[in-house]
Design a protein. Sequence first.
Length: 43
Amino acid sequence: MSNQNSTLKQYGWMFLLWCSGVGGLFIIALIIRFMLTSAGLTS
């Protein structure tokens, strides 16, 4: 039972790290897009 619990916890941490990575990339993309928009480089 404890083995399944640790596996579930490991997948939970992997999911948490993946979500934080995707969120970080999304925020960086928004910042870059905002900077390009403010610089007038949008089509």
